[in-house]
Design a binder for this molecule. Structure first.
Ligand code: RET
Length: 261
């Protein structure tokens, strides 16, 4: 299918195109709000948290513009053995690609908030990019059903690394640095939302196709995005604005975190 044909197919599916436009609107509003909220922030670490967090809706508005225009959507013929084997399935591969840019920003902001050391920060971000890129590979592999799931498995292994840093390493740092209350709230929100993505991938048309409607799968991702990005970012930035002095007292990144020496 050509790009104008894909664009038309998206336009014709009101539910699907709404799942994109709602996020374009919310990302736009978030960008304006976050720039306004950050206007007086002076502490360097707080500023870096702001820049990283602001990148999340900036990447998002670009991502959804790619989807709505048909640029980052393809119809792919699923391999034999797949639940929809031989059928052309609408694949929103732009989502997986842009997650590789947005999710590292979320982790950078969380790591800075916790007071992570450089090694944990690097590990979480690199594993996260690995998760997104191998997730993209899972979605785009049409030669073999088994290999789609093998990519999915690799992606899950990367995800486990991210979860380990989020659930085990950073809570200790946050505690030592006095940011544990907000960190724990954001950690629970992040882990709960992020678990939804692989579940919907597996249930949707690209996986075992229990949910055959791509519009419903797209809304699932869009809904998770709203909480994991805009609500997450608002809670984080609002706390940073009101507690800049706590962040200003944290050790400089690279000098080792308070928890691990
Ligand atoms: C995939 C499929 C392969 C297995 C795993 C996945 C995980 C995706 C996640 C995405 C999070 C996205 C966010 C986006 C916000 O911008 C790629 C679905 C583990 C955790 C938070």
């Amino acid at each position: 299918m050509t790009q104008p044909e894909i664009f038309e197919a998206v336009q014709d599916d009101a539910l699907l195109s709404a799942s994109f436009w709602v996020n374009i609107a919310l990302a736009g509003l978030s960008i304006l709000l976050f720039v306004y909220m950050g206007r007086n922030v002076e502490d360097p670490r707080s500023q870096l948290i702001f820049v990283a967090t602001l990148m999340v809706p900036l990447v998002s508005i670009s991502s959804y513009t790619g989807l709505v225009s048909g640029l980052t959507i393809s119809f792919l013929e699923m391999p034999a053995n797949h639940a929809l084997g031989g059928e052309e399935v609408l694949t929103m591969w732009g989502r997986y690609l842009t997650w590789a840019l947005s999710t590292p920003m979320i982790l950078l902001a969380l790591g800075l908030l916790a007071g992570s050391n450089v090694t944990d920060l690097f590990t979480a971000i690199v594993a996260d990019i690995g998760m997104c890129v191998t997730g993209l590979a899972a979605a785009l592999t049409v030669s073999s059903h088994g290999l789609r799931w093998f990519w999915y498995f690799i992606s899950c292994m990367f995800f486990l690394v991210v979860l380990y840093v989020l659930l085990v390493k950073w809570p200790e740092d946050a505690k030592a640095n006095g940011t544990d209350e907000i960190f724990n709230t954001l950690k629970i929100l992040t882990v709960a939302m992020w678990l939804g993505y692989p579940i919907f991938w597996a249930l949707g048309a690209e996986g075992i196709a229990i949910i055959e409607s791509v519009a419903i799968t797209s809304w699932a991702y869009s809904g998770l995005d709203i909480v994991a990005k805009y609500i997450f970012a608002f809670l984080l930035l609002n706390w940073v604005v009101n507690n800049e002095s706590i962040i200003a007292d944290m050790p400089t990144l690279g000098s080792g975190s308070a928890a691990s020496g």
